[in-house]
Write a protein that binds this ligand. Structure first.
Ligand code: ATP
Ligand code: MG
Length: 216
């Protein structure tokens, strides 16, 4: 079965944590192509006045030289909130039901997963691949999974990549990746404080931020 990975995020801005996670999951899960899906209007957070088109432009620059990666701008073209469930439904309408879709997620995002719109239906449309993310934020306490999410994880869990290739949706797996303690929050702070951001993200993205005077 053809297998595609998707990575949603605000990408405000995109950085090597996102890119490395996508690359390593593509290799360890045997994925044919990965779509980066910038959120237009994230229900859970502010975008600090950086427009969706700037965030998408930065994603485009960051992925330009990787044939495995592409951008999917469907959430930008949709009015109102962007919910993952709607995005997945659109992908299914586009790709059909004989394609395996794997939603990538960092551990921080998964601890909030049971607050997502119609979250229990999401697993009927895709698999989920989880990666451990270093404890980035100094202000956020480390969060554990709620009992609801613990049992959700348990009920869908597999360690076998084959499961993700022989069915289109329904499994959750976890993979080890190189731990990169990089976050968009820390990058925005660094820009604001006039600190260097080199080696945290592609130079093309840094050049774009400087040219458009973002995060000042
Ligand atoms: P912010 O600090 O603004 O929340 P972020 O760095 O967390 O930004 P997001 O766009 O919120 O980036 O993340 C999108 C997805 O990528 C989430 O599933 C998140 O867990 C994952 N992710 C982001 N950074 C990393 C990283 N360094 N390692 C692993 N996963 C990451
Ligand atoms: Mg985040």
């Amino acid at each position: 079965m053809k297998t595609i990975g998707i990575l949603g995020g605000t990408f405000n801005p995109i950085h090597y944590g996102h890119l490395r996670m996508a690359q390593e999951l593509a290799e360890s899960l045997g994925i044919d192509s990965i779509r980066f899906i910038p959120a237009a209007n994230p229900p859970h957070k502010s975008t600090y006045n950086i427009s969706a088109s700037h965030r998408a432009a930065m994603v485009n620059l960051a992925i330009a030289d990787n044939p495995l990666f592409r951008i999917d701008e469907q959430e930008l073209n949709r009015a109102g909130h962007s919910y993952t469930i709607d995005t997945l439904q659109n992908l299914r309408d586009e790709l059909g039901h004989d394609v395996s879709i794997i939603l990538f997620m960092g551990s921080d995002a998964f601890t909030q997963f049971d607050t997502w719109h119609r979250w229990q239906e999401i697993i009927t449309l895709c698999h989920i691949a989880l990666v451990q993310r270093p404890q980035t934020s100094k202000t956020e306490p480390s969060r554990k999974l709620s009992p609801t999410l613990e049992s959700f994880l348990h009920n869908h869990y597999t360690e076998t990549s084959d499961d993700l290739h022989t069915s289109p949706a329904g499994y959750i797996t976890m993979r080890q990746i190189t731990a990169l303690d990089i976050s968009s929050t820390a990058i925005r702070d660094a820009f604001q404080q006039g600190k260097a951001t080199r080696y945290l993200m592609p130079d093309s993205v840094i050049d774009y931020i400087q040219a458009h005077q973002l995060y000042l």
